[in-house]
Design a binder for this molecule. Sequence first.
Ligand code: COA
Ligand code: MG
Length: 289
Amino acid sequence: MCSRRALLYMPGDDWKKITKALTLDVDCICMDMEDGVALNQKSEARITIAKALLELDFGTSEKLLRINAIGSGLEQDDLQAILPYCPDGIVIPKIESLDQIQWGSEIIKSVELANDWPLNSIRMLVGIETAKGVLNLKEIVTHPRLDGILFGGEDFATSIGATRTDSSIELLYARQAIIMACAAYGLQAIDTLTIDFKDIERVRREAEFGAMLGFSGKQVIHPNQVAPVQAAFTPSDKSIAYAKSVVEVFESRQQEGRGAFELDGKMIDMPHLKKALRVLDRAKAAEEK
Ligand code: COA
Ligand code: MG
C-alpha cells in the first residue's frame, strides 16, 4: 500500500489548483467533485478531472478523485465519467454501510474488466463522516477493495449535534473507533482536516496529535499544510535510530534465549519489537514515495 501521509484536496473544476498540486511533492492528490464544487459546476469538474488524468504527469503523487455521495443522484455519472481515465483510486464520501461500498466496487470492477486492467487495481478510500458510518465500521472495513478510511470530522460533528471546539474532544471517540477498526483490518486511517489553513502551527500540532493517536495520515486543503503534515507522519531520525537498535538488540537477546531485556533503562519485549518494525516500515514507505 502506498504512503498516504498527506491527502490534498482541490476543487475538481479548478485547473490552476490541480496543476499547482503537481509541484508540491504531496503523497496524494484528490480532485474533488463533492462539497468543494458548486452544484452548477459538477459537469465542469468531470471534464477538468478527465483532462488532468489524460494530460498531466502526476509524478509519484497518487491520483485520486472524490465522487459525490451515494444517494446524491450524481455518483454514478461521476464514476462513469472518470473511471475510463484510470485514476489510482476513488474516494467515496459519507459512507454508512458495506452495501454502498459494494455498489461502487461493482461499477469499478466492470470498468476494470472492460479495459483488461487487473481486478481491484483501482483502490478505494471511503469517508466516515456520520454517526451511522461510525456505528457500522465493523462491517465497512471488511471490503477487499478498501485501502483506508478518511475521517470527516466537520460533517461528523454536525451529524451528532456536537459543537466544534479547539480541543476537538467531541471527535475523540470517532477518531479512536476509526483507528481501531482500520488497525484490525490492516487499513490506513486518515485524519480529518484542519480548516484553519492559515495557522500552520495548528495544523502541525493537530497532525502530531493524530499521529500519536495512531492515524497514518491526514487530509489537507492548502499547499501550506502539506510539508508539516508529511513531516508529522514521517518517523524522525531519532525514532528510526532507536527502532534499529531495538531490532538489533532484540535479535541478539533472542539468540541468547531471552525474550525480555533492558535497553536504555527500559524493559523491551515483543510489542516493542513490533512497534520498531512498524517505524522502519513507515520510514521506508516515506522514502520510496
Ligand atoms: N490545491 C492546490 N493548490 C492550492 C490549493 C489546493 N487545495 N489551495 C490553494 N492553492 C494555491 C492557489 O491557487 C495559489 O496558487 P498561486 O500561488 O500559484 O496563485 C496558492 O496555492 C495560494 O493560495 P491562497 O491564495 O492562499 O488560497 P486561495 O484563496 O486561492 O484558496 C481555499 C483558499 C480554501 C479556497 C483553497 O485552499 C481550496 O480550495 N482548498 C481546497 C478546498 C476543497 O477542495 N474542499 C473540499 C474538500 S474538503
Ligand atoms: Mg465532508
